[in-house]
Design a protein around this ligand. Structure first.
Ligand SMILES: [Zn+2]
Length: 150
């Protein structure tokens, strides 16, 4: 079940996606990690810290490994976390599962552009992570990637 707080934080993730240095070969994505008490724990966006960064990875990397707050947090991402990637050994779905984050809220399902049939949601769900989608923000999340898909 999603709430107006979810809409607010996912809106923030979409805002962050507009900060990404543009790339012809990767999506522009923003991510916000919010703790159970509603406090922002971390934020990130694609290519923020290095040219291969994914948004969820950038946000997770700013927190200490094993931060106990992650076990009750929600990750808001403007795009479904990747389940397959060429640039790094671990996908965002794996990083989220390893961090113990129980809930992910996304705006947009990955279109078949760089990988066919993104498995991110399926991987998360099969590991027991709740994945919810707020389609009201899909168009805004997509708009940050208009240079790739239009
Ligand atoms: Zn990723």
């Amino acid at each position: 079940m999603t709430t107006s707080e979810d809409l607010r934080w996912l809106g923030r993730a979409v805002e962050l996606s507009r900060l990404c240095p543009p790339s012809r070969t990767a999506f522009s994505v923003g991510a916000v990690i919010v703790g159970a008490d509603g406090e922002v724990l971390s934020e990130g966006y694609s290519r923020e810290l290095d040219s291969h960064n994914h948004a969820e990875e950038a946000a997770l990397s700013k927190l200490p490994a094993g931060d106990p707050r992650l076990r009750t947090a929600t990750i808001y991402s403007s795009l479904e976390p990747c389940g397959q990637r060429a640039s790094r050994p671990r996908t965002c779905a794996q990083l989220i599962i390893a961090a113990g984050v129980p809930r992910v809220v996304v705006a947009w399902r990955e279109p078949d552009l760089f990988v066919t049939a993104c498995q991110g949601t399926a991987l998360l769900t099969s590991a027991g992570v709740a994945v919810e989608e707020l389609p009201e923000l899909a168009e805004a999340a997509r708009a940050a990637n208009a240079h790739l898909i239009d």
